[in-house]
Design a protein around this ligand. Structure first.
Ligand code: AMP
Length: 540
């Protein structure tokens, strides 16, 4: 019985040692090479104090080196915590501080940032495992790996948190084993598969890319972030690398479709187009399907807390542009419950909250018993023994075919350019600004725009407000439009009335108290991967 995801690497490195595993801007590395580098780095981590079952924070830009660091943390008996090297230092420092006794791995290019975020934690460079690095004590590493059990963490990923503090979702090995075996079987991933990866490594969609490649001996092409700004270059890259499978967020598929470039670059190798993370417009899906009639398309759905995805819809029929793309049926070894507010099973067609049970559930949130207890609750339908389910906060219904259809959220979590964002985290950061008394943030999904209403004695320039927030929030979380209000309207139970704020802001839309801070066109042309401004399909 497999208990540790590293066994995938061990098996594949034995079976296909020379096969290309990782490709990035610096070149390619085989399975055997990656295993060797990961073990060397693991030995460095152990020497620096990494302990079994403890976190290794990885502050390395998206690259093969980052993957080596993840694997090294597992060889050291610990688990990896991918960090966003582009996030503000203060936010990353808070995450690392919350980890306690972590070891931090970084890369020479990020020395200043790494020292700032590591604090008192030991710092190791990925470069330490190269060149003259001494050979690791393999027996000692093997002993650590052998002690790992399938309920031990494999990674912790931090997502936006509504109270202003990011939440660390702790995923065990068994979640990844369960998910990856399903992916490999369902999409026939094997050593001929070339995965064209888009997901940032701190976003859990990357788990499919990385672990399906390792398990099946596929090649993982980490497409450079910058290429996603240029749709033709992106497609040429897929063609040149003979990419067969992509798993991208809908905003990237939409960007390519609206650039109208699929007719210009043939993609005969691309067989699987998987997407997840937010709603994809059916019109966009139809655009892609028309141009790639032989490819298989699949809408995957799931929050980080249930290990990437828990339902899947393989597009098996024509869908009208106006019809939603279902999120489908549960993945293997996963069960979903659609519950009413009262905790009863909903009737067909009735909207309820999607709840998940199974081996894929996260262990909980890192050092946050309260939020863990609120989201991972006893199954109200099981009076017989304790059983945990995860409440996703997503509202769904079943269609006439019994497939699940995503309807919306029950809270103020949004998806913007593929990023999961709690509006509460932005509000907390705005409220922390000097002279700001209160704040409410809302999302205009049609325009893909984050808007903020704030209460302050005197108006503040929108550009200043945005700049002030860059110390605490990643760029993709910065509101682009600002409204100053006298006071925030409240509901009878005292909560901020977000809908009323939205309409008050709309009424003032042309007034002097509204200001847009994003440079012209930035909102439409924000790079979906990096969150930085870009200028569209400049490539031709
Ligand atoms: P994350 O934890 O970043 O993967 O975000 C999870 C959230 O993204 C879910 O709870 C949903 O709100 C949304 N989501 C993920 N996949 C889909 C999908 N296929 N369709 C609609 N929303 C999705």
């Amino acid at each position: 019985m497999q208990v540790n995801a590293l066994e995938y690497l061990e098996r594949t490195a034995e079976r296909l040692p020379g096969k290309t595993f990782l490709v990035d801007a610096s070149g390619s590395r085989s399975f055997a090479q990656v295993r060797q580098e990961a073990r060397r780095l693991a030995a460095r981590l152990v020497a620096a104090g990494a302990r079994p079952g403890r976190p290794v924070a990885v502050l390395v830009p998206r690259s093969s080196d980052a993957v080596v660091a993840f694997l090294a943390s597992l060889y050291a008996g610990g688990f990896y915590v991918p960090l966003d090297a582009k996030a503000p230092a203060a936010r990353t420092r808070r995450i690392v501080a919350s980890l306690g006794d972590a070891v931090v791995v970084s890369t020479p290019g990020l020395d200043g940032l790494a020292t700032a975020v590591a604090g008192a934690c030991p710092l190791v460079s990925v470069d330490d495992a190269r060149g003259e690095a001494p050979a690791p004590d393999l027996a000692a590493l093997d002993a650590r790996v052998a002690r790992t059990i399938d309920t031990d963490p494999i990674y912790t990923m931090f997502t936006s948190g509504s109270t202003g503090t990011p939440k660390g979702v702790v995923i065990p090995h068994r979640g990844v084993l369960d998910y990856v075996d399903w992916v490999v079987d369902t999409f026939s991933v094997d050593e001929r598969t070339v995965i064209g990866a888009q997901a940032p490594l701190f976003f859990d969609n990357s788990t499919l890319d990385l672990w399906a490649a390792i398990a099946a001996g596929a090649t993982l092409d980490l497409i450079p972030d910058a290429i996603f700004s240029f749709p033709i270059r992106l497609l040429e890259h897929l063609a040149e690398k003979k990419v067969t499978l992509v798993f991208w967020v809908p905003s990237v598929l939409t960007h390519v479709a609206s650039a109208g470039v699929l007719d210009r670059v043939p993609l005969p190798d691309l067989r699987d187009v998987l997407f997840a993370g937010e709603v994809l417009a059916t019109r966009v899906l139809n655009h892609w399907r028309k141009r790639l009639p032989r490819a298989r398309f699949a809408n995957l759905y799931g929050p980080t807390e249930i290990t990437v995805d828990c339902t899947c819809f393989i597009v098996d029929r024509e869908l009208e542009d106006e019809e939603p793309i279902p999120i489908g049926l549960p993945c293997r070894n996963t069960d979903v419950l659609v519950l009413s507010n009262e905790g009863r099973r909903t009737d067909d067609g009735e909207v309820g909250e999607l709840c998940v049970r199974g081996s894929s559930l996260a262990l909980g949130y890192w050092r946050d018993a309260e939020r863990t207890a609120a989201a991972f609750v006893p199954n109200p339908l099981n009076p017989d023994y304790p059983e945990r389910i995860y409440r996703t906060g997503d509202l769904v219904r079943r269609n006439a075919r019994g497939e699940l259809v995503f309807v919306g959220r029950r809270d103020s979590q949004i998806k913007h350019l593929g990023y999961r964002i709690e509006l509460g985290e932005i509000e907390a950061a705005i409220r922390a600004l000097p002279d700001v008394e209160d704040a409410c943030v809302f999302y205009d999904a049609g325009a893909a725009r984050i808007e903020a209403a704030y209460v302050a004695a005197s108006p503040r320039a929108a550009g200043d407000l945005r700049r002030a927030l860059t110390d605490s929030l990643p760029r993709y979380m910065l509101p682009s439009t600002w409204h100053r209000l006298e006071a925030l309207p409240r509901t009878p139970n005292g909560k901020v009335d977000r809908e009323r704020v939205r309409s008050m802001a709309g009424e003032r839309a042309d007034g002097p108290e509204r200001e847009s801070a994003a440079p012209p066109g930035e909102r439409e042309r924000r790079d979906p991967i990096t969150g930085t401004a870009e200028d569209g399909c400049r490539d031709r």
